[in-house]
Design a binder for this molecule. Structure first.
Ligand code: C2E
Ligand code: CA
Ligand code: CA
Ligand code: CA
Length: 275
């Protein structure tokens, strides 16, 4: 299936049979995997660009499938959304991630990605807050990341849920900023605490002059709206140097390391005295 937006798929005639077979395999595997605990959180470091200090982690889902190996969320998340398993999947991951984050130093935040499908569930915010209480994790340590999201139908519901989460102290980020067809509209209609600049724009900084008009513009927009920014996809020194001239930012990406599992993170934090 070719991806067209986050929830929308179209089918290629020639490979339709293979596509279907693959899809069925994922679907069956997903259902099984959920009962077998095959979904695990990995973590990507988030760093304060200026000081270079570790400030938190973004949780990224991984599927350790006995048949397929380590499967990318880009494959299984859209299917889980379509067949109604995303809530169950996400909640299993949250339980693990909240328990992990509880062990980390209080100064470290945890970001999680929330699917637009989950935002249409009127009980989402309430269940999330309950989980935080159960895990004894202070809401301000949690950041939820929202992407472009077929919001049109239900902005009212989404807004009131986000507002009640924010009232409890949960941070809300607009993820992949600039790639959705309605990024600006979202910024206007929902209350956000942070903008995450998509990797595709950050990679433009690899040009010889280390500048990108789009990145400049997004940063000005964020500053104008009083919203702090995170740069994602900081892959190398070149990008890092370019970003350092752009003022206060959070950064994440392969330059700081590939996503790690809970145990690897624990070791990293133990070494840094942040456990
Ligand atoms: P995202 O939220 O934009 O996450 C960043 C993705 O970029 C991650 O891919 C990460 O591994 C990758 N990445 C990080 N730094 C770099 C870099 O420097 N260079 C390059 N080339 N890539 C980098 P991943 O883990 O495959 O996740 C893909 C997407 O799947 C995520 O994109 C997010 O939208 C979604 N996703 C992941 N976990 C979850 C989840 O638990 N729930 C939901 N709803 N979506 C999730
Ligand atoms: Ca994200
Ligand atoms: Ca992102
Ligand atoms: Ca992205």
């Amino acid at each position: 299936a070719k991806k067209q937006g986050r929830n929308c798929y179209f089918w290629f005639e020639p490979s339709m049979e293979n596509e279907l077979r693959f899809r069925n395999q994922i679907e069956t595997g997903l259902r099984r995997g959920l009962t077998q605990g095959e979904f695990v959180p990995f973590y990507e470091q988030q760093v304060d660009l200026e000081s270079g200090e570790l400030v938190g982690f973004e949780m990224l889902a991984r599927w350790q499938s006995p048949q397929l190996g380590l499967v990318s969320p880009e494959i299984f998340i859209p299917i889980a959304e379509e067949i109604g398993l995303i809530t169950e999947l996400s909640e299993q991951l949250m339980d693990q991630a909240f328990a992990n984050a509880r062990e980390w130093d209080d100064s470290l935040s945890l970001s999680i990605n929330i699917s637009p499908v989950q935002l249409r569930d009127p009980w989402f915010a309430q269940r999330l807050l309950k989980k935080l209480v159960a895990a004894n994790l202070p809401p301000p340590r949690l950041e939820i990341e929202i992407t472009e999201s077929c919001l049109h139908e239900n902005v009212g519901l989404v807004r009131s849920m986000i507002t009640s989460l924010r009232n409890q102290g949960v941070q809300i980020s607009l993820d992949d900023f600039g790639t959705g067809y309605s990024s600006l509209e979202q910024l206007r209609s929902l209350p956000f605490d942070r903008i995450k600049i998509d990797r595709s724009f950050i990679s433009e900084l690899r040009q010889p002059n280390g500048r990108s008009r789009i990145v400049d513009a997004i940063i000005s927009l964020g500053r104008g709206l009083n919203l702090p920014l995170t740069a994602e996809g900081v892959e190398d020194e070149e990008i890092l140097t370019a970003l350092k001239s752009m003022g206060r930012l959070k950064a994440q990406g392969y330059f700081y390391g590939k996503p790690e599992n809970a145990e690897e993170v624990r070791e990293r934090l133990r070494a840094a005295g942040k456990l």
